[in-house]
Ligand binder design. Structure first.
Ligand code: DC
Length: 227
């Protein structure tokens, strides 16, 4: 059967990765979480003290970029890919609040973006891929057959993220999560290089009032219309 490229963009915590995983499983496509790649680089900057008091040592980061290797490896037990930073599994670590508070800053650096976009384009060279992020339909795969742009209110998104974090045992307040989400929205959509915006040919999905099943059905119908 014909294989296509599916690009899913949108604000933080709009459920992009949940939808992308559902689609990849149903279609037997590769799923790539591009945000995880930016998070892995942000984790590197924290580990190597390249960011302190919110101030990023951009020159040092650019200098060290060639020694930052981000890869994915499929885990049989999880039935999902996990992300590795220089050979170390960092799948859990990249979800910390510390990384969440750093990543949007790191993602403003054009050299970081170039390196990760190159990798993403290599991963999608044979199509049959679902990738989610902020610039997938605009920069990474401008020719993707299906582009989705996900939105939901900031409160809805913060509540979902808060429930997830509390569920995984993280000690955090709702206000801190909301603040992180709104400040990332701002940074992601106002940065100079590849800001988050809806591609003209993307289909917007506001899922504030959609169940996961309703959303999946709606999107599957869109996919089928492209196959
Ligand atoms: O999808 P996420 O929330 O895990 O992404 C983390 C950050 O990475 C997000 O705040 C912006 C950045 N990002 C990006 O700039 N471009 C992408 N394609 C994906 C993520």
């Amino acid at each position: 059967m014909k294989k296509i490229t599916i690009a899913i963009d949108g604000f933080s915590s709009t459920g992009k990765s949940t939808l992308a995983k559902q689609l990849a499983q149903k279609l037997q496509y590769v799923y790539v979480d591009s945000g995880a790649m930016y998070r892995a680089v942000a984790l590197y900057t924290l580990q190597h003290k390249l960011i302190q008091d919110k101030s990023l040592n951009t020159a040092a980061l650019i200098n060290e970029l060639s020694s930052i290797k981000v890869t994915f490896q499929y885990s049989e037990s999880l039935k999902a890919s996990e992300i590795y930073l220089n050979g170390v599994n960092v799948n859990t670590e990249i979800r910390s609040m510390e990384v969440s508070n750093t990543v949007s800053r790191v993602a403003t650096v054009p050299e970081v973006r170039q390196q990760l976009v190159n990798l993403q384009q290599q991963m999608g060279a044979d199509k049959g891929i679902v990738m989610d992020g902020r610039d997938i339909g605009t920069v990474v795969f401008p020719d993707a057959e299906l582009k989705l742009f996900m939105t939901a209110s900031a409160n809805t998104r913060a509540q979902r993220r808060y429930d997830e974090l509390i569920g995984s045992g993280t000690d955090v307040t709702f206000e801190a999560v909301l603040e992180n989400i709104t400040s990332r929205d701002h940074l992601d959509s106002t940065r100079e290089d590849s800001p988050l915006f809806k591609a003209t040919d993307a289909i917007e999905i506001d899922n504030s009032n959609l169940s996961l099943e309703q959303q999946f059905e709606k999107v599957l119908a869109l996919v089928e219309s492209k196959l």
